[in-house]
Design a protein around this ligand. Structure first.
Ligand code: PMP
Length: 387
């Protein structure tokens, strides 16, 4: 199997991720809940992962990171924890439904939303972002990288603008955490929502939200935190305030091993490798007739997410042929980002076929993929992969 669906969730994981999750599950213990050895060991393992994540994103205090179920959960906490009636929020037409849907829901509570237009080649234009600021603009929320086209948004420029104007910046790092080096201080990011299960190489059911020092959100969930149990109200202390209920300790232990792997390899090194593979794929595709690629071409600033359509063929059909005849796993459809497809003109035609490269893909796999695509585009997919 050639796995090119890393934008949905990464696979395989580094061996140590499986081992760490397995060890934590066998060891047991509920972190922060009891005083016995197992609970203490589970708590230490959770704090170790928090510390590794802080190192990865240059976050000064690990407690500023709250563990969540995934990116969506972190985005909901950030958006619903900050925005209230009368606030204005600026976002883009390149967002995932995990941003677009909570914002749509917040409109009915009196939150004003402005969506700036985006270009598939360069993302949002900082001038458009500047022009959209109003007196009541409280927050800006942008995806760092499009999950459809691999386009990278100018987050540092947006961060600088937000800082100048006293506006909070929330970044959806679902497609950038572990792919692009992120420094929350240097990039002026106030809130960073990230998945554990994509390029941070951890298990499903993990993610987190970084919340800048001094920023207090309304928790979207109240309950037991293992601390301040005498209080009927949610504690102020972080990260407890945002972590009600038993944490996914085995998943978080696995995530720690994934982040350790990234710190050892270097996000920059992995990025170079993924960029080289993306360029190989894009250059190869440009030699095949009958394929339309969306997003930045080879050599331009982008990640390893490549969307295309084989002309005259439904994306789901192309993906099914790749799976059935060539054992290549990709994703077809709208990828939960309908606005992006509206911009690309693919909303009414079934979206795109998305290839997403991960840390463990190889040149040989990309070449086999190109052979498969050539066969599909030129022979309708009935030919075999050439040796
Ligand atoms: N935002 C973007 C840009 C994404 O690509 C995704 C995952 N497809 C999400 C948010 C949601 O991530 P999760 O599945 O971790 O909730």
């Amino acid at each position: 199997m050639i796995y090119l669906d890393n934008a949905a969730t990464s696979w395989p994981k580094p061996e140590k991720v499986y081992l760490a999750a397995d060890e934590a599950l066998r060891r047991g213990g509920n972190p922060g809940r009891s005083g016995h050895k197992l609970s203490i060991a589970a708590g230490r393992s959770v704090e170790e992962t928090r510390m590794l994540l802080a190192r990865l994103f240059a976050i000064p205090r690990p407690e500023a990171i709250a563990f969540t179920l995934n990116t969506t959960d972190a985005l909901n906490l950030a958006l619903k924890g900050i925005l209230k009636e009368g606030d204005h929020v600026v976002t883009s037409s390149m967002e995932h439904n995990s941003v677009a849907r909570p914002l749509e829901a917040l409109k009915s509570s009196g939150v004003e939303v402005t969506k700036v237009a985006t270009s598939p080649l360069s993302g949002v234009d900082i001038q458009d972002v500047r022009a959209s600021i109003k007196e009541n603009t409280k927050l800006m929320v942008f995806t760092h990288v499009s999950n459809v086209t691999g386009t990278i948004n100018p987050i540092s420029d947006i961060g600088e603008l937000c800082r100048e104007r006293g506006i909070l910046l929330l970044v959806d790092a679902a497609q950038s955490a572990g792919v692009i080096p992120i420094d929350v201080m240097e990039m002026d990011i106030d809130l960073l929502a990230f998945p554990g299960h994509k390029s941070l190489l951890g298990p499903a059911g993990t993610g987190g939200l970084y919340i800048r020092d001094g920023l207090v959100l309304n928790p979207i969930r109240e309950g037991g935190t293992g601390s301040f149990s005498e209080l009927l109200t949610q504690p102020e202390k972080i990260p407890d305030r945002y972590e009600s209920g038993t944490l996914n300790a085995p998943g978080i232990a696995g995530l720690g091993a994934g982040v350790r792997f990234l710190l050892e390899q270097g996000v920059g090194t992995l990025r170079e490798k993924e960029s080289a593979l993306a360029n190989r794929l894009l250059e190869g595709i440009s030699q095949i007739s009958g394929i339309t690629v969306f997003g930045p071409p080879a050599g331009r600033l982008r990640t390893g997410v490549v969307s295309l359509v084989v002309d005259g063929m439904e994306p789901t059909q192309t993906a099914a042929i790749l799976d059935d005849a060539f054992d290549i796993a990709v994703r077809a459809g709208l990828h939960c980002a309908p606005d992006t497809h509206r911009m690309l003109g693919t909303l009414e035609t079934g979206g795109t076929v998305r290839f997403s490269i991960g840390a463990f893909n190889t040149e040989e796999e990309i070449d086999l993929c190109l052979e498969a695509l050539r066969s599909i585009a030129e022979e309708g997919g009935l030919g075999e992969v050439r040796e």
